[in-house]
Ligand binder design. Structure first.
Ligand SMILES: [Cu+2]
Length: 71
């Protein structure tokens, strides 16, 4: 168990539905404790166990949901 928090910049989210879709996609990954989108800031904050999951997984999940991680 290696708890970590990261914030990613996500492009393409325009409303609460988008935010919910992104949160759900990332939360479904094993090892993710919390995923929350700041729609105004275009960012996604994730709390996770770095032994199980990491930024490349979040990036893939967001992109599969139809949005783009830009940083
Ligand atoms: Cu939307």
């Amino acid at each position: 168990m290696h708890k970590q928090e990261s914030t990613l910049k996500v492009e393409g989210m325009t409303c609460g539905h988008c935010a919910g879709t992104v949160e759900k996609a990332v939360k479904s990954l094993k090892g993710v404790e919390k995923a929350s989108v700041d729609l105004a800031g275009g960012s996604l904050q994730v709390a996770y166990d770095a032994d199980q999951v990491g930024i490349p997984d979040f990036k893939r999940a967001v992109e599969e949901a139809g949005y783009e991680v830009v940083g």
